[in-house]
Design a protein around this ligand. Sequence first.
Ligand code: NAP
Length: 307
Amino acid sequence: MAHKIAILGLGKIARDQHLPSIEKNPDFELAAIVSRNADLDGVEHFTALNDMLAARPDIGTIALCTPPQVRFELAVAALKAGRHVLLEKPPGATVAEVEALKALAREQGVTLFATWHSRYAQGVEPARTFLADKTVKSAEIIWREDVRRWHPGQDWIWQPGGMGVFDPGINALSILTHILPAPVHVVGASLEVPRNRQTPIGAKIAFKSATGHPVSADFDWRQEGPQTWDITVKTDAGTVTLSSGGAVLAIDGATQLSADDTEYDGIYAHFAALLAAGESDVDISPLQLVADAYMLGEIRHVDDFIE
Ligand code: NAP
């Protein structure tokens, strides 16, 4: 039988991706929307999570699609009510709160799935397989996009906990941490913060891997025109390039794969598998790298950001 699921937070990502992927997946049935402001024709609507939890004990799964700053309290309420929870990325505003959710889910015997949608881009798994037995020499991330195009009117990204340019940058880190054979740690960072905002609009980060090779990341929210979401990994046996956010894979410049975006279909397929197995999937490593970049980052104030 299909899992009845509620979406909490009917914003951009819920509408663009969660609704269509749930609709396509026979393992799920959209049973309610919890939103302070928005509703959906033909679907029961609640304005507060606690009302939904009380009224619909039959809804066993909840997708939390709010910004990270408000996700913890909502996730705690859902987990304490014995519901399985899917977290949009990033899974929380701090590392410790996600650890707490992980422990709570274990205690409650329910599934917690901290999603990283970019890991489901179709070039990512083949890149991971290629790299598994290679010696990595270096890696470089260039993730440059136009904030006005992708986040119009979203104030939360500029507020503490909203992460600024790390909101897209963490997608690159979720790929990096998945494909590299050895873990990496931050060794330095510089963060460009607009004078009138609280979070960075640009960031450069230096990492080192456990095996000693360098990794660099260049995140920027001021790129107009063509957008760049590329990761290049040089190895002893060729150079792997993931571009278009992981949808295109090339080895030594030769395209191996160029696929459509099916990231959220992959997320819901994995969620169904976790529910069937009674397991959780919570990998904090991309969030940890962002936290560490903030910890080591030199702050440089730059021009005001005017939307
Ligand atoms: P958004 O358009 O601003 O929508 C977030 C929704 O969360 C809002 O519509 C609101 O829903 C709810 N919300 C906001 N503040 C809240 C609060 N204080 N308490 C309770 N609910 C609140 O943001 P989004 O772009 O969908 O992003 C949401 C999450 O998805 C973020 O973590 C983001 O990183 C992730 N994500 C976004 C994208 C993207 O392309 N935009 C891609 C992948 C992942 P109601 O008004 O319905 O209550």
